[in-house]
Design a protein around this ligand. Structure first.
Ligand SMILES: [Zn+2]
Length: 177
């Protein structure tokens, strides 16, 4: 193993750090059940909330989602497409990767205000109702994608969620000055 090239430390995220999954999991493959993803997400949420409180934990999830959204956009999306085609591309990839089914409900003022929904959302669809919106990671993820494509900052907040009793997650995205 004298020839192994070591990259920068594990905790510094880059797309390459996701590894060569095909090579590493030749029998098990690239897919795994949603329950495994949620197990990671909601145990992490439990511990972060215990350690730092709800507000801070939500913020940390948003920040992680934002980093994910930026890298996702840079590595998987064609950022040169006009808006309509960009949205179509995003819808397709979110569906292909089984993250959710994206619909744009409203888009105004040169995309400064967008209301969108995600149905069958990876993070929350099917959760027991707790009268909360829980998709903080998705808020950051969407903000990261929008900022990378639109080259302006967005504030994204979830206004309906499966966990709040709705059938889809609905997000309000507002460009920031
Ligand atoms: Zn949700």
């Amino acid at each position: 193993m004298g020839n192994v090239f070591f990259s920068e430390p594990h905790h510094i995220f880059s797309w390459e750090k996701l590894g060569n999954i095909k090579e590493g999991r030749e029998d098990l493959g690239e897919d795994m059940p949603v329950v495994v993803y949620r197990l990671l997400e909601y145990t992490m949420n439990h511990i972060l909330t215990e350690e730092f409180g709800t507000e801070r934990a939500n913020e940390l999830f948003r920040k992680s989602g934002f980093l994910a959204g930026q890298e996702f956009a840079k590595n998987l999306l064609d950022l040169t497409l006009p808006l309509e085609q960009f949205v179509a591309q995003l819808q397709k990839i979110l569906r292909d990767l089984k993250i959710g089914i994206l619909r744009i409900e409203e888009i105004q003022d040169n995309a400064d205000q967008i209301i969108l929904t995600v149905a069958q959302d990876l993070d929350c669809s099917g959760l027991p109702p707790t009268n909360e919106v829980v998709c903080n990671y998705d808020e950051g993820f969407l903000a990261g994608i929008l900022e990378t494509y639109m080259k302006k900052r967005y504030l994204v907040r979830e206004i309906d969620c499966w966990a709040s009793g709705a059938r889809v997650c609905r997000f309000r995205c507002k460009a920031q000055e």
